[in-house]
Write a protein that binds this ligand. Sequence first.
Ligand SMILES: Nc1ncnc2c1ncn2[C@@H]1O[C@H](COP(=O)(O)OP(=O)(O)OP(=O)(O)O)[C@@H](O)[C@H]1O
Ligand SMILES: [Mg+2]
Length: 246
Amino acid sequence: MRKVTYVLKVGGAALTDKNTGRSFVSEVSDYVAADIRKGTRIIVVHGAGYGAHRFVRSRGMRRAADNQADWARLRRNVSKITATMIDRFIAYGHAAIELSVPSMVRTSSGRITEFNLYPVKAYLDMGFVPIMHSDAPPDSKYGVSVLSGDDIAVYLANMLGAKALIFGIDIDGIRSSDGRILKAVRKQNIGKLYTWDVNDVTGGMKRKLAEIGKLRAGTSAYIISLRKRGSLSKVLYGKGAGTKIY
Ligand SMILES: Nc1ncnc2c1ncn2[C@@H]1O[C@H](COP(=O)(O)OP(=O)(O)OP(=O)(O)O)[C@@H](O)[C@H]1O
Ligand SMILES: [Mg+2]
């Protein structure tokens, strides 16, 4: 039987406090690496977090590559998070390997039009854990454009027929307007969910939910907290955690 595939989006909201900029990169990387059992077929896509969102907004960098040095700096800074994450994964015995999104992906007006899946599949088949991050691939309309980790994760989950796409943030799941964490939501109802804005340049929770709406019928999404250990392992090996969207 073919092994099931999971996609994990480690959100910038888990990795950094989006109000203060405080970094949780080491802790969150540790929790994630500890919660994944060796041999699990999983792809990790991480977000950029506070610093990158602020940088992109302050420089008005949503689209055209009018300042190449800014784009180069942005990408270099995000890849520092990847380096820390890979160090922690390797410490826990996972063969984590960085894959570069701009080397595989092309977008048009910010939407993925090409994705060479060969490296992702080949490394997965060999037992590696591919790690990517929200990125700035070449774009046929804009020059270079910001591509959110959410878009990458949803695309991969659909193309690889993932069993689940797990979004790790700083909160235990989707909070309703009265403060409760919702246990389960049907995909057809996600448009009605209450959301607030945290200055995320790629649309925050509202856009994340819209992307989740594009998941194929066989793929469930989970929103969990990655600021603590245990929720991820409950989704991967237990009865679930956080909010399930199905
Ligand atoms: N109903 C809701 N339930 C839970 N969180 C919500 C809700 N509405 C808005 N949010 C906010 O959405 C945030 C997560 O989305 P956001 O896009 O900011 O993070 P991310 O995708 O993890 O970060 P990045 O884009 O850097 O990867 C949470 O930190 C929370 O403040
Ligand atoms: Mg986001």
